[in-house]
Design a binder for this molecule. Structure first.
Ligand code: HPA
Length: 278
């Protein structure tokens, strides 16, 4: 079964290589609100997910699915406009396939972004949070099954999933841009239902600061392949039970859109600085 996972991955790689020979250094996953980040990229090539044989295609409204290849400043990047979520019904190996693919295409650094609910009681809707660590064990582990030796080791270390050097660069960029940056632990639950207030209390007890429905499994697959990973979460709402109002996807989208200009600047400045490191 795992060999078919690898075969599918290699097929997707050849499919893209028939369209472009671009070699990215940084892979970026654009979450809700950062969808129009493409405007910031000097685009060299684009590949629709639907044109890649076997590639999982997202069904979430507002998630236009394609890879964008190009430059942020002088840094060659590949950007995922739209990601695949586990709650859409895909096998977990398909959810992380795009991440593995970007690594095969040459990306050494992975920049993850997402929308989340704030669990930490000192957070506010609209805050940006630097992800310092994660809780992924509420979602299936994408490494389950025979290990794919070509990608990484059987029992990868997860002590430093989020690279300390990249975190420092992002913090410096935030300071210089006068962007207030929270920091904390991101937990991925499967969704698609939002959490209950009791689940949010549980997450807070476990040391979680923000909760969402993506990212952590992608980081597990990327860490397996030895990528340097960083992530910023846009805290779009306070999580269930923390305010009187019920949660809605529309509210999340609106908050993400509002935070987008500041978020985009911070991501751009950070990526430009990644170009300066070894
Ligand atoms: N919970 C889970 N995922 C989310 C939330 C939330 O409150 N807000 C945005 N994504």
């Amino acid at each position: 079964m795992q060999s078919t996972v690898y075969e599918k991955l290699k097929k997707c790689e050849s499919c893209i290589r028939r369209i472009t020979d671009f070699t990215p250094r940084v892979a970026m996953v654009l979450g809700s609100g950062l969808g129009d980040y493409a405007d910031t990229i000097r685009v060299v090539a684009q590949v629709q997910y639907g044109d890649i044989e076997g590639f999982p295609v997202s069904t979430v409204p507002g998630h236009d699915g394609r890879f964008i290849f190009g430059y942020v400043g002088d840094v060659p990047v590949v950007c995922m406009k739209g990601r695949v979520h586990y709650y859409e019904g895909y096998d977990i190996s398909d959810v992380v396939l795009p991440i593995r693919l970007m690594k095969l295409l040459g990306a050494e650094i992975l920049f993850l972004t997402n929308a989340s609910g704030g669990v930490n009681t000192s957070f506010h809707a609209g805050d940006l949070m630097l992800i310092t660590d994660q809780i992924s064990c509420f979602a299936p582990n994408p490494l389950i099954g025979a290990n794919i030796e070509e990608l990484g080791t059987r029992f990868p270390d997860m002590s430093h999933v989020y690279d300390l050097g990249l975190q420092e660069i992002i913090k410096t960029a935030a300071r210089e841009q006068h962007v207030f940056l929270q920091q904390g632990v991101y937990a991925q639950l499967t969704g698609p239902s939002f959490e209950t207030p009791a689940e949010i209390r549980m997450l807070r007890t476990l040391g979680c600061d923000a909760v969402g429905m993506s990212t952590a499994v992608e980081a597990v697959a990327a860490a397996h392949m030895g990528m340097r990973i960083c992530g910023i979460s846009c805290v779009c709402n306070l999580a269930a039970g923390m305010t009187a109002s019920p949660l809605s996807h529309k509210e999340v989208q609106e908050a993400a859109d509002k935070a987008a200009p500041v978020f985009k600047n911070l991501v751009t400045e950070s990526v430009k600085r990644f170009g300066e490191i070894q």
